[in-house]
Design a protein around this ligand. Structure first.
Ligand SMILES: [Zn+2]
Length: 416
């Protein structure tokens, strides 16, 4: 029978962590590199040290706590997530993955299981990217996607930099902010979407992360008086955008269930109610887990812009602002999660993540997978974010089993 974590211990720690930066409406506010973020880490470190782990911080403040292996020189199995939150964040986004990792270490201790390879729990710095606007900052630096100095120069609204705050908190660690060699990594997280709850499934076996592309669409027409100018013959960017939006929504519907299309950030000029606007711009966020389909969606979007603008004499320009390719997680890691779920007998489905996670960056350097549990109403980045203690326990059980399956896979560890 599969081993189990101590669900009560995990839950009490989740609740204790949520009290740090607790908000009036039941959420948490531990923005990156704030005093609350530091207090959250201090509490986590107390627990980790009591569990026999030792800690190291790298140059960008990523915190690694390590349960030594019998051969401590072997690449560790990493479990990671984040403790920082949105300003009106929930109790589980990030904290669940970190405390679930600690729970795995404590359960290994309770069961008297030593492992050949070390096990580390990592707390990535500034995953949320709300105070300092670069989401998944710590894992981006670790994986070489963002330069250390570029990250240190990010500023908050009050004019303080990441570098100053790292130095103030004593988080500018000695360890180089680049990857050590890791055998694999797992991230346990709430789904942050409604699918598992809607389908009454216990566990999401996450096989990858949706790719997304951000575009700015600029439409240039001809300003004209709203009264005397007949509808016929106007070069009206608003009319063009109406056709483009409806065309893109229909196109996205052809690639469901995983396609996403989101228009936002509309501006027009001049901002006058009785003038046909000269210019209108908006953003479009397109997502799909398969790169070839994302390419196709982009191609179709471009065609729609041409066909809607042409007859109106409107000029359409598309700029690509951000291109985050889809991530496919490592098969061996995903199989370890699947084997663990199957051994526990939980209902499950394979799925892709709609949100970005530290695991996206980490997966570029080390075999990675994620485990999702349902959250109430799919609600996240919200003080009302909620999971049950049973859901929390199930996810951590899966994590424990996946880590043990990986230990076994890597080195045929006799003890595991
Ligand atoms: Zn998160």
């Amino acid at each position: 029978m599969a081993d189990r974590v101590d669900g009560k211990r995990l839950w009490s720690r989740l609740m204790a962590m949520a009290e740090i930066g607790a908000t009036a409406r039941g959420g948490s506010n531990r923005q990156a590199l704030s005093d609350e973020d530091a207090a959250g880490r201090a509490l986590f470190l107390d627990w980790a040290r009591a569990a026999g782990c030792h800690a190291q911080t790298d140059e960008i403040g990523n915190l690694f706590v390590r349960r030594p292996g019998r051969d401590d020189a072997l690449p560790a199995i990493m479990i990671g997530s984040h403790l920082d939150t949105q300003p009106t964040g929930g109790r589980f986004d990030g904290a669940y993955g970190v405390l679930g990792g600690l729970e795995v270490i404590e359960t290994l201790n309770d069961l008297g299981i030593s492992s050949q390879a070390p096990v580390e729990v990592v707390v990535w710095t500034n995953e949320e990217g709300s105070r300092f606007q670069h989401s998944m900052m710590g894992s981006a630096v670790w994986s070489g996607k963002l330069g250390l100095e570029d990250a240190r120069h990010l500023m908050d609204a009050a004019g303080r930099s990441v570098g100053e705050e790292l130095d103030r908190l004593g988080w500018s660690g000695e360890r180089r902010a680049e990857r050590n060699s890791y055998a694999s990594t797992f991230e346990l997280h709430i789904e942050q979407g409604p699918i598992l709850e809607r389908e009454a499934v216990d566990i999401g076996v996450v096989t990858g992360v949706q790719g997304f592309r951000w575009y700015t669409l600029d439409l240039i027409g001809q300003p004209a008086h709203a009264g005397p100018t007949p509808m016929e013959g106007r070069s009206d960017p608003a009319r063009a955008i109406a056709g483009i939006i409806s065309g893109v929504y229909s196109m996205a519907a052809e690639f469901e269930p995983w396609s996403r299309a989101t228009f936002a950030q509309f501006t027009s000029r001049p901002t006058s109610p009785n003038t046909v606007p000269e210019a209108l711009s908006c953003s479009l966020d397109l997502r799909h887990p398969e790169a070839s389909i994302l390419d196709e969606m982009e191609g179709r979007f471009r065609e729609i812009v041409v066909s809607e603008c042409g007859p109106l004499g409107v000029q359409g320009e598309i700029t690509v602002d951000n291109d985050s390719p889809p991530v496919e997680f490592d098969r061996v890691c995903t199989d370890a999660v699947q084997a663990s779920v199957d051994a526990l007998g939980y209902s499950n489905k394979k799925m892709v993540s709609g949100a970005g996670h530290d695991a996206c960056y980490v997966s570029s350097k080390c075999p990675t997978s994620m485990i999702f549990v349902p959250c109430e109403g799919g609600l996240s980045h919200n003080e009302a974010e909620r999971i049950t203690s049973e859901q929390a326990e199930r996810g951590a059980n899966v994590l424990l089993g996946a880590v043990r399956a990986m230990m076994h896979h890597l080195i045929g560890d006799a003890d595991v």
